[in-house]
Design a protein around this ligand. Structure first.
Ligand code: S5P
Length: 265
């Protein structure tokens, strides 16, 4: 399943996680990654119930949850997995390899439940090895999304730095893909050209209402992002702040899926 829709992206891809992502997208006819930025377990659980059929990956900021406990979190993650979602902790690791590895443990024990994490490459490539070692020690597989671009105004992930992230990340098996700037289709298209067909590009900064968001956030349209090369649209407030999160998630799923079909690979 997936060959007709993802084309070469599917047929030439050997990454287990990438294939799992592509397969799950086809099953749900959606490229939606939900940024579940709610700050209490009750709100998170409610949100999950409303949006499950339309969401393919659940993006968390575990340290935002005020009433977090290992038990409540474990149940929440299990529900998401049962509903066919990958779990993506957007931790934006940036430290040296061994510390990043150990930060996958600690209080939140991310390596036990996270399938994907974000990292900056600012400290060098060992960060990817460190994160992979943590998954390996936990007996699990996982993938790193490197920040190659960002959606926020004035960010420094540009030019040579951005290119270097793609160069190093593309050659590393532990890298699932890259974060691109969903608010700017031209930037995504340039990123896709450098990334090639193998690695994923997931894009935050998308909203059906394009324009400026809170505190320097910027939004582009999900359709434009996918047509330009995004494989996963990361949507936060467009869904969790909507009066009807289920209907909103369905609309984002439809927009992303239609755009993927239009893109043709
Ligand atoms: O460049 C980035 C990278 C990320 S991962 N810009 C972002 O906004 N994000 C994340 O995407 C951010 O941490 C938040 O959880 C989500 C966007 O949320 P929204 O409410 O603006 O859609």
């Amino acid at each position: 399943m997936g060959a007709n829709i993802w084309g070469e992206r599917w047929s030439s891809n050997e990454s287990e996680l990438a294939r799992e992502w592509m397969r799950a997208c086809v099953k749900k006819q959606s490229l939606v990654v939900l940024a579940a930025d709610r700050y209490e377990m009750e709100g998170l659980n409610q949100l999950l119930e409303l949006v499950s059929p339309y969401v393919v990956a659940l993006k968390t900021h575990v340290d935002l949850v005020a009433d977090w406990t290992p038990g409540a979190w474990g149940e929440f993650c299990n529900k998401a997995k049962e509903a066919g979602m990958l779990i993506f902790e957007d931790r934006k690791f940036a430290d040296i390899g061994k510390i990043s590895r150990d930060q996958m443990g600690g209080v939140h024990n991310i390596s036990n439940w996270g399938d994907i994490v974000t990292a900056h490459l600012i400290s060098g490539p060992d960060i990817v090895d460190g994160l992979q070692e943590a998954w390996s020690n936990a007996g699990r597989i996982g993938g790193v999304l490197l920040l190659a671009q960002m959606s926020s105004r004035g960010n420094l992930l540009q030019g040579d730095y951005s290119n270097k992230v793609v160069e190093v990340g593309s050659a590393h098996e532990g890298v699932f893909g890259f974060i691109g700037n969903g608010s700017d289709a031209e930037e995504i298209a340039r990123l896709r050209e450098k990334v090639g067909v193998e690695k994923m590009i997931w894009t935050p900064g998308v909203n059906l209402n394009v324009g400026d968001g809170e505190m320097g956030q910027r939004y582009g349209h999900p359709r434009e992002a996918v047509l330009a090369g995004s494989d996963g649209i990361i949507v936060g407030s467009g869904i969790h702040k909507s009066e009807n999160p289920g209907a909103a998630a369905s609309a984002y799923a439809q927009a992303s899926w239609d755009a993927l079909l239009e893109r043709g690979k």
